[in-house]
Design a protein around this ligand. Structure first.
Ligand SMILES: [Zn+2]
Length: 136
């Protein structure tokens, strides 16, 4: 279960639409499995079917949050023409076990739908597991 305030979900979905035809992306900051803020990143990838978060942004926020309760707990990105589900490339590129992945799919009708996953990499293999989103 992922806690995601409604206004943050709406913000991601606005970014997903604004980034068209590219993917939007950014970091999730929070505590445990509760997202408290978004850190939008420029998408450093070439092409409309991929994303790359600015590594400097990631390192900078890890430093900034080092002594606090909040941490970088995951990432978000959009699928401009696809579903709110991890792609094969997402699974290939996933790096931090336990991270939350919020994926906003815009589909053919450009109607945003956001789903939450967590990435795991253990004896059961590399995989995403869908999580329920609770907004408060
Ligand atoms: Zn993706």
């Amino acid at each position: 279960m992922i806690r995601l305030p409604e206004k943050l979900r709406e913000k991601i979905e606005r970014e997903a639409l604004a980034a068209l035809p590219q993917e939007c992306c950014g970091l999730l900051v929070g505590a445990d499995l509760a997202v408290t803020r978004l850190v939008p990143s420029p998408n450093l990838a070439n092409g409309n079917d991929r994303f790359e978060i600015d590594p400097g942004l990631h390192i900078g926020w890890q430093r900034k949050l080092r002594d606090g309760k909040e941490q970088v707990i995951g990432l978000y990105h959009s699928h401009p023409t696809g579903e709110a589900a991890p792609s094969d490339r997402d699974l290939e590129d996933a790096a931090y076990p336990g991270w939350i992945w919020l994926i906003t799919g815009l589909g053919e009708k450009k109607k945003p739908l956001t789903r939450a996953y967590r990435f795991f990499d253990d004896v059961a293999g590399r995989r995403f597991e869908q999580q329920q989103i609770v907004s408060e």
